[in-house]
Structures are given as C-alpha cells and as structure tokens.
Design a protein around this ligand. Structure first.
Ligand code: CA
Ligand code: CA
Ligand code: CA
Length: 192
C-alpha cells in the first residue's frame, strides 16, 4: 500500500518535470528565437541605412545636389540612385544595387528618401525614412511597422540611443507623419 503510494508520487513528479520541460521548450521556441530574428533584422537595417547614406554621399559628391524625393510611389525611373532623374551631367550611378524605389526594411515597410528643412535655416536636409507602408501600397497600410524595442536597438547602433533626439528619431510633427504611423526618420545630411 505504502509502496504504491510512493510509486504514484514518483509518476506525478515525472509528469510535472515533463510539463516543465515542455513549457520551457515552448518558451524557447516562441520567444527567444523571435527576439534573435528581430535583433538580426535590426543589424540588417543598420547596414542598409549606412549603405544608403554612403550612396547619397557619392550622389552629392558627383552631382553637387541632393537626390530628389523617392518614397512610396517611386519607381525605377524616378529613383535618383538608379536613374539620372535630374539629368545632371555629373551623375555616374547607379549608386546602390537595386536602388531604393522598391526597398523594404526587414519588417516590411518601405525605405525612402525625403527632403525637408527641419531646422528652418533655409538649407535642405536629406532624410531616410523607415516607413510602415509596404512598397506599392499607400499610407493606409501599416503592415511594416518597426517595433519600438527594435527602433531603440537601431538608434543605439547608428545614433545617440534616444528616439527623441539626434539624427535618427520618431518624426512626430509635420511634415513627418504623427501618431501611430509616425515616421522613423534618419537625417543623412544638410546642404552646405
Ligand atoms: Ca536645414
Ligand atoms: Ca501607414
Ligand atoms: Ca536618436
């Protein structure tokens, strides 16, 4: 009778251990690898941002001007990094493979070039956007939002580790879109 009870207790213990093992396995599969994937995505987008920044720098060096805006509805033919859109005699691209017109960041939204004088000093700045709208869609698409956690990781890699300051930040005021679809903007440079 006593032995039976002990055996039953041991089986219960084994069942509990098995359940803990399964739960630990589920946690590992569902949480940890996803975080690893997102960390890898963050690293990739930082590499892409640096590559685009370099491409724009060479564009400016060759042409003496900033590339024209290339955003959601940009095409191969209007992509200044692939096509001499302004007919500038110094243009000697393509400046980056595949250009930026159809470029997605790893969360699915488009990357684009934007011109804006954010500090209102009469000198245009060129900006790289990490948007939530996938290439070929419109502003209603929010499928490619970069999670804040990973925006912070990107900021730490490429800027000042603060999403409200520096060259990379959440563009919450006009003309950067505000609210949930706030642009994630990266200031590449300003005109001389
Ligand atoms: Ca300015
Ligand atoms: Ca949107
Ligand atoms: Ca920042």
């Amino acid at each position: 009778m006593i032995n039976k009870e002990k055996a039953f207790t041991l089986i219960e213990l084994l069942v509990v251990i098995a359940i803990i093992g399964i739960l630990a396995g589920i946690l590992f599969v569902s949480i940890n690898p996803s975080d690893q994937v997102n960390k890898a995505k963050s690293a990739k987008v930082v590499r892409d941002m640096k590559a685009i920044k370099d491409a724009v720098a060479f564009y400016v060096l060759d042409t003496g001007e900033f590339p024209p805006v290339c955003r959601l509805n940009c095409t191969k033919d209007t992509d200044p990094l692939l096509t001499n859109v302004n007919g500038n005699s110094g243009w000697s691209g393509p400046y980056i493979q595949d250009g930026i017109w159809n470029r997605k960041h790893p969360w699915g939204g488009h990357m684009g070039l934007f011109l804006y004088d954010s500090n209102n000093n009469g000198k245009t700045e060129v900006w790289l956007i990490l948007d939530d709208d996938a290439p070929g869609t419109d502003a209603n698409d929010n499928s490619g939002l970069v999670p804040i956690k990973y925006l912070k990781m990107i900021d730490k890699s490429i800027d000042d580790n603060n999403l409200n300051s520096g060259s990379f930040f959440l563009g919450n005021s006009a003309p950067f879109a505000s609210g949930e679809g706030a642009w994630r903007v990266y200031r590449i440079g300003e005109q001389n």
